[in-house]
Design a protein. Structure first.
Length: 354
């Protein structure tokens, strides 16, 4: 039976993330006035809250995730500037992606457009001038939570009218570097990475540190500022583990997560993967990590054992997300600048939309 959660079902089961609208281009709020995100309880959750509910069927046993240990993905379309951050929107039956152009203006900031792919072959512009990189769904599936480097913050775009609001404006009054990727729990707690890749010529207010942050109840707190260029980020199915790729260390780290969203001990999940970029996870907890160095998607078991690889057919693989009506299609963004493309491959296990 295909599991495809509706907006109504999600809203009735989860804790929704709601944001107060801040006009595009508005200055970052000072720390003492930073409560721009509220978590509203719709229903009590039993046990640790994982990724948004309804994504995975319950009580299902899973076999091997890959049809074979080495797979070739199929190109859907290329010729884009630089695709990143795919996220599947089940209610609309489409995939959203950030398309980042080359840096411009006095601060050399990369413009970004959110593009929409509607299978089998339709592409259009969903939000122009979005300023986005990594994308995720809010817990109620009504908004896209976006790591936005144009304003050096984390934003939310409401799917119904494309209106923009602020999720995380700054940390203790200091501007972030350039938020890169984001993951959202079923209770609305969000985690995001903050390397300096898209900071351009703007001032460094983080004193040379690149970090991982958490947003809970509208408040931003530090998870870790010891990572060199943290990039992709994802949650385990049960919400007890957070995975973060350190791009400049070629390592993937794993953090224990407490029920309240705070993080505990950090360990090394994978000791080496070349340039770990974006990531997604399937319903069995297997981890799919895009490598910016070798262009592959590396697939790991929850224990960190490599299960196989997926090749889009080009270098510079940036990100991955599950989608399709049964969420068993893995979408992959990959390719050189100005010829970036979207690829897909069918897998055995459904997974998360970002």
């Amino acid at each position: 039976m295909t599991w495809r959660p509706t907006t109504a079902a999600l809203a009735g089961l989860c804790l929704a993330l709601s944001t107060a609208t801040v006009p595009t281009g508005a200055a970052a709020a000072p720390a003492e006035n930073q409560r721009v995100t509220d978590v509203n309880a719709h229903a009590a959750l039993a046990g640790p809250p994982g990724t948004p509910p309804g994504v995975c069927p319950t009580g299902t046993g899973y076999g091997p995730p890959l049809p074979s240990s080495s797979l070739q993905a199929t190109k859907i379309q290329s010729g884009f500037s630089f695709l990143e951050g795919p996220v599947w929107v089940a209610d609309g039956g489409y995939l959203l992606m950030s398309d980042m152009a080359a840096g411009s203006g006095p601060y050399n900031v990369q413009p970004s457009t959110i593009r929409r792919f509607t299978p089998p072959a339709t592409f259009d512009t969903f939000i122009a001038n979005a300023g986005s990189n990594g994308l995720a769904l809010s817990a109620d599936a009504q908004q896209i939570i976006a790591a936005t480097h144009d304003q050096r913050n984390v934003s939310a775009y409401r799917l119904s009218d494309r209106s923009r609001s602020t999720v995380a404006a700054n940390y203790q009054g200091r501007a972030f570097n350039s938020p890169n990727d984001v993951a959202v729990r079923s209770d609305g707690v969000a985690y995001f990475t903050d390397p300096n890749f898209q900071r351009g010529n703007r001032s460094d207010q983080m004193n040379g540190r690149t970090s991982v942050f958490r947003v809970s109840g509208g408040q931003v707190s530090l998870v870790d500022d010891r990572l060199r260029q943290p990039n992709g980020i994802a949650l385990s199915p049960d919400g007890t583990a957070l995975y973060v790729g350190a791009y400049s260390e070629n390592k993937i780290y794993k953090y224990a997560i407490q029920p309240d969203g705070s993080t505990g001990a950090r360990s090394v999940f994978v000791n080496y993967v070349g340039g770990p970029d974006g990531v997604t996870i399937d319903c069995a907890g297997n981890v799919y990590w895009a490598s910016g160095s070798d262009g592959l998607v590396h697939v790991y078991s929850p224990a960190g054992t490599q299960l196989g690889t997926i090749r889009p057919g080009t270098s510079g693989t940036t990100n991955v997300a599950f989608g399709g009506p049964d969420r068993q299609t893995l979408y992959i963004t990959s390719g050189p600048r100005n010829d970036s493309g979207l690829y897909s491959v069918r897998l055995n296990i459904p997974g998360y939309p970002y």
